[in-house]
Design a binder for this molecule. Structure first.
Ligand SMILES: [Zn+2]
Length: 497
């Protein structure tokens, strides 16, 4: 009974499956007919010139397939759109700063569209289509990548970066243990070799990321102000302030009107060995009322508030609007190891992020209202850099008419940039990376009237003597010291040797 029922069931399933197969074959055929009959129209064209690529975007009335190939002598790129016609005006495109010196269009085999790009440099073409979203309809994206110029051409693998970071930290920890345990001044040889190696006094590198760009305007204010423009202004101002400050160096992740994928932004920061990553944005909400600045750090366990979650979702949508090919995904090898290591590193960097965020919020509160008085946390894609402390700053609500006006105001922009830097600076002055100029300055506070040194935790008298090239006895004499006991915070006079 049971067996025969199952037999009937299996037969019914088989028939159903066959019917479904037949139906889907019909569907495939008719879909094929439909697309080949359906003529697409190119309704618009946009060109975005970035330092490492140019992006040409076609707005299409419907899905269409494209054939993209290169021709030599002279170098050209041909884009053939099947069954398509041109309604956009190609002459309105500005080709400035791009690899394209001229653009021609023509019809092909009666109903196809051919676009020919004359090239002024070597390019690696890549193309993909995007399906409609809130902002755009069907799009064909043709990227002309410049070989050798891509800032993210050889991104350092997150795992590699982490292992390197761990090595550096182990070295630091080892050095600290050595210095701390050497209470009675021994190891003169190793000390002199340490002395011989000059302190690197390197700059602290701040990666400044202006949100959105190119295809992705970001939020748009009631009088048409685009987030991508005001955040670029503020970011450029911030970078100028950073570069004008001794011991700091800025890396602008986006320095023009073009789009970079969210993951690409953090890769760039990592490649540039940034000590800190800050992404600059302006909020928008469905009502004009909300106002004020907010500072966000990453959360792996969900957002601290509903607004934070909502915002993270809308910022993370950027890649869809800006146009990132879905095939760009993290390599999935060693997923488990990756996960464990990421977790460890992220906890460490998150603490730094929250500390820096607190300082930045404190400073921002002096130039603008604060939307939230503490550092919020949510799962922003752009903050998912395991080894670099990162913050996302919503400088204000562009959807609030008063704040929209202020965000455009150069004086306010400068004030916001200065406030952000003020926060960063006070954090790094307190916790300078070991090899940085700031760390060196902290350890060698010299005053104009003569050399003085303030004792840090872990210092020994012998180490201080060696570091300043003074015999220990002279150092003791100059400071009326009888034993080897020194206090943290005590200021020693350094005699000239
Ligand atoms: Zn944004």
């Amino acid at each position: 009974m049971v067996i025969s029922a199952m037999g009937i069931h299996a037969k019914v399933m088989k028939v159903l499956a066959l019917r479904q197969l037949a139906l889907s074959i019909v569907a495939v055929i008719s879909a094929g007919l439909w697309t080949s009959l359906q003529a697409a129209t190119v309704e618009g064209m946009r060109l975005w010139a970035a330092p490492d690529h140019a992006r040409l975007v076609f707005d299409l009335s419907g899905a269409t397939s494209a054939d993209v190939f290169s021709l030599d002598d002279p170098a050209r790129l041909v884009i053939d759109l099947e069954n398509s016609q041109l309604e956009a005006d190609p002459d309105s495109l500005s080709l400035e700063d791009s690899a394209i010196s001229a653009l021609r269009t023509g019809t092909r085999e009666g109903n196809g569209l051919r676009v020919v790009l004359e090239l002024n440099r070597e390019v690696e073409p890549r193309h993909f289509t995007l399906t409609p979203n809130d902002q755009y309809g069907h799009r064909l994206v043709v990227d002309l990548e410049y070989p050798g110029e891509s800032a993210v051409e050889n991104p350092i693998d997150p795992i590699e970066a982490m292992i390197r970071e761990q090595e550096i930290q182990a070295q630091r920890a080892g050095a600290q243990v050595r210095a701390g345990s050497d209470q009675q001044a021994t190891e003169p040889t190793s000390r002199s070799s340490e002395q011989a190696k000059p302190h690197p006094r390197r700059d602290i590198i701040i990666a400044v990321d202006a949100g959105h760009g190119g295809e992705d305007p970001g939020a748009i204010g009631p009088s048409g102000t685009r987030e991508k423009d005001v955040v670029l202004d503020i970011s450029q101002r911030l970078a100028n302030i950073i570069n004008a400050t001794e011991g700091f160096k800025a890396v602008l992740i986006r320095d023009g009107d073009y789009y970079l994928g969210l993951r690409q932004r953090t890769q760039l920061a990592r490649e540039q060995k940034a000590d800190f990553f800050v992404s600059i944005h302006a909020d928008a909400f469905t009502s004009p009322r909300p106002q004020g600045s907010s500072v966000y750090a990453l959360s792996q366990r969900g957002a601290t508030s509903e607004t934070a979650q909502w915002l993270a979702d809308s910022e993370n949508r950027s890649d869809l609007i800006g146009g990132v090919d879905g095939s760009l995904s993290l390599r999935d090898k060693d997923q488990v190891l990756r996960g464990v290591l990421l977790d460890l590193t992220m906890t460490a960097t998150l603490n730094d992020s929250l500390s820096i965020g607190g300082q930045v919020l404190d400073q921002l509160g002096r130039v603008n209202r604060l939307h939230k008085s503490r550092v919020e946390q949510a799962g922003f894609m752009v903050l998912k850099s395991p080894d670099i402390p990162s913050l996302l700053i919503e400088t204000g609500f562009i959807s609030n008419p008063e704040e929209e006006r202020r965000l455009r105001d150069p004086v306010h922009q400068q004030g916001v940039a200065e406030a952000i830097f003020g926060g960063l600076k006070s954090h790094f002055e307190r916790y300078p990376p070991p090899a940085s100029l700031l760390a060196w300055q902290r350890d060698n506070q010299r005053r104009p009237g003569g050399d003085e040194y303030r004792i840090q935790s872990g210092d020994t008298l012998s180490a201080i003597a060696v570091r300043h090239g003074v015999p220990v006895n002279q150092l003791k004499q100059a400071n009326d010291l009888n034993g080897d006991v020194i206090r943290v915070g005590q200021v020693l006079r350094i005699p000239s040797s």
